[in-house]
Design a protein around this ligand. Structure first.
Ligand code: ZN
Length: 422
């Protein structure tokens, strides 16, 4: 890389412009809570989504980027390189939010990518490879679950048609919402679905507390931890709370409590890396004076090490069975994702950029899902995390400091130039 190029482009990153754009986007689908927090509810493939995309497109075109949309409605902003025949370096994230979401999750990575293009334009820098900023369709899964359908379609992780019949709460099919989006954006140039980028980098708020708590400015993301989700159904027998002796009961709540206590022992981790959550418990019949005949609870288990994900996850059914005293139980695994390792290429570029800018950085895996995990089989991939207040996300109180947003955009700009070559 030309040693003089990156500093000029990095210096051209504007904290004020990036912040103003984050706040302008936050008004599209924005709401204020009773506590005074500014939330965002911007479902994918909605009129609000399209309004946000139009705003983004206007900025991108003014900066000299060309715009196109693929069949999955992924939106691309291309900053041409000196050799257009080479595969581009891809960056970006998503523009949809959770229904009760915040102002930074997703949109930050898209706007940081645009800010990198702005900085290159202002510094007069043309890298060898084009840089493309992507806004992936439906990352959150807030309207159409599962999420990441845009990136899964792009990479061929699943065929696009696999998502056609997913419906939102109003019964609208994903395929129909996609068709509506294309009709409303018929003036935008179309591009084919998918290609092999030279590399992919996604900038994102950490969605965890580590960077802030440790006084770090940049997270060099090494991969995405593995997840296994289970549903446990404990079945006993309904009895009258006032008459049935405890010794004769088959109380599903009591056995569910025993099972959860045993799972806490299984999942004990003194290093506090493992994540184990029972987030939903339902009982039947669910009245206070009746012994429950059925309890259904969920398990969300995550860890960055594949060996741990396999061993402890596989142990869950046996631990549940062994904990029961009077009931029976079924354990159903409804989702499995093994840990993803980003490898050296992109994380090293991110680490070099942070070091060159004198920013305090640590390496860490991502605890949450991201589009980036689906790019890993396709090209060298990585992520840049910036600190967010108290690690809160998917909530109106989600917040990242303007300086943190700018730091991430500067590291992104330099890492993109490093990977794109000059
Ligand atoms: Zn996100």
């Amino acid at each position: 890389m030309d040693g003089g190029t990156a500093p000029n482009a990095v210096a051209a990153v504007s904290e004020g412009r990036l912040w103003d754009r984050l706040m302008a986007m936050a008004r599209i689908g924005g709401f204020t809570t009773e506590e005074g927090d500014q939330g965002v509810n911007r479902p994918c493939l909605s009129a609000l989504d399209r309004e946000a995309r139009r705003l983004l497109i206007g900025w991108a075109q003014a900066a000299g980027a060309s715009v196109s949309v693929d069949p999955a409605a992924n939106l691309f902003l291309r900053w041409e390189g000196t050799d257009p025949s080479l595969p581009p370096v891809l960056t970006g994230s998503h523009m949809d939010s959770q229904p009760h979401g915040g102002r930074f999750d997703g949109i930050y990575g898209v706007l940081a990518g645009l800010e990198a293009i702005e900085a290159l334009a202002a510094a007069g820098v043309r890298p060898k490879r084009a840089i493309e900023v992507v806004a992936w369709t439906n990352e959150e899964g807030g309207r159409f679950a599962p999420g990441c359908t845009g990136s899964m379609s792009f990479t061929g992780f699943k065929p696009m048609s696999a998502f056609d019949d997913i419906t939102d709460v109003e019964g609208i099919r994903y395929a129909d919402a996609l068709a509506e989006q294309h009709a409303e954006e018929a003036d935008l140039p179309r591009r084919p679905l998918g290609y092999r980028p030279h590399a992919f980098i996604e900038a994102h708020i950490e969605q965890g507390p580590r960077l802030e708590a440790e006084g770090q400015e940049i997270g060099v993301v090494t991969g995405i931890q593995g997840s296994r989700w289970f549903t446990v159904t404990v079945e006993g027998r309904t009895d009258h709370a006032g008459t049935a002796p405890l010794s004769l009961r088959r109380d599903a709540v009591q056995d569910a409590v025993r099972a959860i206590a045993a799972l806490n022992v299984l999942m004990h981790d003194p290093s506090d890396v493992l994540r184990f959550t029972v987030g939903s418990i339902t009982t039947e019949p669910g009245t206070s004076n009746t012994v429950a005949r059925k309890v259904v609870f969920t398990i969300d288990f995550r860890h960055p090490d594949e060996g741990v994900v396999r061993a402890r996850g596989d142990a869950i059914p046996g631990v549940v069975q062994a904990a029961l005293k009077t009931c029976t139980a079924r354990v159903h695994e409804r989702f499995t994702a093994m840990p993803v390792d980003f490898g050296p290429t992109v994380p090293e570029a991110v680490a070099r950029a942070a070091a060159a800018q004198g920013l305090k950085a640590i390496r860490l895996p991502s605890g949450a899902f991201h589009d980036a995990q689906f790019l890993v089989p396709v090209c060298p991939t990585g992520m840049i995390f910036i600190p967010c207040r108290a690690g809160v996300s998917h909530h109106p109180s989600e917040y990242a400091e303007p300086v943190a947003c700018a730091n991430g955009a500067r590291v992104l700009t330099q890492a993109l130039l490093d990977l794109a070559g000059t």
